[in-house]
Design a protein around this ligand. Structure first.
Ligand code: M6R
Length: 603
């Protein structure tokens, strides 16, 4: 979602901020802007659409200054327009903001009553109006920022610059991540370390509730109670902040291709002398129930994992979508282990669900790709998935890496609870070790998949079916297709077909069926026959043994024969490639599909 950048530099900052904003493009945005302070004067440029539009604006109307803030906006309050784009400037102050100010209506009414003229529909403008009001009352910029922060409710990260102050940025973090970068006689601010990677690898992450005063000499950090505090300065591994496509046409293509290496890497990270080495503190033996909570693709990874925890560890699993979880009355207990799965580690609903269970369950565990993320910081035990930065909005390598870590957890749970004998445990570990090789074989089918997707390019709807762990895979396939090709797609457990969705079947409806030759194959094939009997356009994805048992299937893709444990990881590849090539046929924006954000930091 929105991205924030701030620079107190030794040179002109507009180009530096623009470059940093480009590194945040992956988060998703629909307008952008920059404000600088030059010889005491505060000014700004804003543009709707991609950053190239802001860049063009800056060519025609340069924005001088060695201090500034920039923003990419993903619209929440008010559509994408120049007036709604950040920075919002009122009088002597300009503000950029991520998140939502929940009490903005009350504040707006109060400021309007006091004579303020609003020029946008945003919640953010109330922040600028309030700060400006405090400045007019004679407060210093820091006092005005602090007094403003005290009035705000909601989850946000924000940064202020002030006319007359070209060595000052005030920033705050409450709910949305923010980090400070340290340079030589320069200071930086960013939504994440990726934004600042071209400037510095020396990063301080603000903690929840912190606010800070930045000057070129350094940062003074205060906690939520206004006590001056210090936060550790960390060196960021620059390899973790690389955002190049490495010769691929899209980030998504690169990230799909990386999957064999990523899985190998993660497996190595969790391998120890005795087999699996998971972080200390993870105690499956004292867990009587597992609660898995996540959103989107991460939720589907959890849905697959439910089968594994039940099968390999005999552990009851409760599964929920994070945005639903805390609005029911989940029954929680001291012997429950709650596991939160999130690529970004910043998803607002998942983070809120984690906070909801804190103190009510025995163990709070997270499976994340970003170990410095809020979800990781607030967990008792963190299991990184070691996937490296995922830039494409459509999650690919994070999904297979999440599956792998969850599979390791399930096998370890089985061992710790005495549910899985040593030989079976060793055999399943061998299966996991074989996964990268099979994934590479699946990736080699790309040309075939590209040809198959020609039949999808003009489809209005697509149906995905699967049984067992292939059902969540079908859900993931449908999500990927919707996200990047904008084709309406639905997924059902194949056995559910007769209970409603079969009414949709006609000769125009492509039906994609994931069916490895496993214990459920015959049942899935029966459902496929029901589709074919109604002229549905079936595409069967199976292995040699499966395909040998069916004839007359109009479209099929042969996958390698794989052990059931790793089938979801291997079949994820056609699910991803089908979406990718369909999107290419349709000419959509694969890496930054419309309306979507990479990291969903608002509810
Ligand atoms: O960062 P997270 O894993 O918490 O994100 C959850 C979802 O927003 C995410 O998986 C989303 O569904 C992806 N765009 C799917 O490709």
């Amino acid at each position: 979602m929105c991205g924030i950048v701030g620079v107190l530099g030794q040179h002109e900052v507009s180009p530096i901020i623009l470059d940093a904003l480009k590194r945040l493009e992956y988060r998703g945005y629909d307008s952008a802007g920059i404000a600088t302070v030059h010889q005491g004067t505060l000014d700004r440029r804003r543009a709707v659409g991609k950053l190239i539009n802001l860049s063009d604006t800056l060519v025609h109307q340069p924005l001088p200054g060695r201090a500034g803030i920039g923003h990419t906006r993903w619209a929440t309050h008010g559509g994408p327009s120049v007036a709604n784009a950040h920075p919002h400037q009122v009088g002597r102050v300009a503000v950029v903001h991520n998140g939502i100010i929940e009490n903005f209506r009350a504040l707006r009414a109060e400021m309007t009553e006091a004579g303020a003229q609003f020029s946008s529909e945003t919640d953010t403008e109330t922040i600028a109006q309030l700060a400006s009001h405090h400045l007019d009352q004679g407060m210093t910029p820091v006092q005005a920022a602090r007094a403003t922060l005290k009035r705000l409710e909601g989850a946000f990260a924000l940064a202020f610059v002030f006319a007359g102050e070209d060595d000052l940025i005030v920033c705050a973090r409450r709910g949305s991540p923010l980090c400070i970068g340290h340079g030589e006689g320069e200071m930086y601010l960013g939504s994440d370390a990726i934004a600042l990677a071209a400037m510095t690898d020396r990063i301080t992450y603000l903690e929840e509730g912190d606010w800070a005063i930045l000057t070129r000499a350094g940062a003074q950090i205060f906690d939520a109670e206004d006590r001056q505090t210090s936060r550790p300065l960390t060196r960021v591994d620059l390899a973790q902040t690389r955002v190049d496509k490495s010769g691929h046409r899209h980030f998504m293509a690169k990230e799909m291709a990386e999957q064999p290496a990523v899985l190998q890497q993660a497996l190595a990270a969790y391998s120890g002398a005795g087999g699996i080495a998971l972080p200390e503190g993870l105690d499956f033996a004292r867990a009587d129930r597992l609660i898995l909570v996540a959103c989107g693709t991460a939720h589907y990874a959890c849905q697959v994992a439910k089968y594994w925890f039940e099968q390999f560890a005999g552990l009851p699993v409760e599964l929920d979508i994070a945005s639903e979880f805390r609005y029911r009355a989940p029954v929680l207990g001291a012997s429950n282990m709650a596991v939160f799965v999130s690529q970004s580690g910043e998803t607002a609903d998942t983070l809120a669900a984690l906070r909801h269970v804190r103190g009510h369950v025995g163990q709070v565990v997270s499976v994340v790709n970003v170990p410095s993320s809020s979800i990781a910081r607030e967990s008792d035990v963190v299991l990184p998935i070691h996937a490296g930065p995922e830039i494409g909005v459509a999650s690919t390598k994070a999904f297979t890496a999440q599956l792998q870590v969850l599979a390791l957890m399930a096998l370890e749970a089985g061992r710790a609870r005495g549910f899985l004998d040593a030989a079976t445990h060793a055999a399943r570990m061998d299966d996991l070790r074989a996964a990268p090789g099979y994934i590479a074989q699946a990736l080699d089918r790309e040309d075939e998949i590209r040809r198959l997707t020609e039949m999808l390019a003009n489809a209005r709807d697509v149906l995905f079916l699967g049984r067992g762990a292939m059902f969540p895979l079908a859900l993931e396939g449908a999500l990927k297709l919707k996200e990047i090709s904008y084709i309406h797609a639905e997924a059902y457990a194949a056995g559910e077909l007769k209970h409603g969705p079969i009414a949709l079947i006609d000769r125009d409806l492509p039906v994609i069926i994931f069916a490895p030759h496993d214990a459920l194959f015959d049942k899935t094939v029966s459902n496929m026959q029901e589709v074919m009997a109604r002229q549905g356009r079936v595409m069967l994805i199976s292995d040699a043994a499966g395909l040998a048992e069916v004839d007359d299937v109009p479209h099929w893709l042969q996958m390698p024969a794989v052990p059931p444990l790793i089938a979801p990881m291997v079949y994820a590849i056609p699910a991803q490639l089908i979406a990718y090539h369909t999107a290419l046929h349709r000419g959509t924006d694969v890496d930054q599909p419309r309306n979507l954000a990479k990291s969903v930091t608002v509810e």
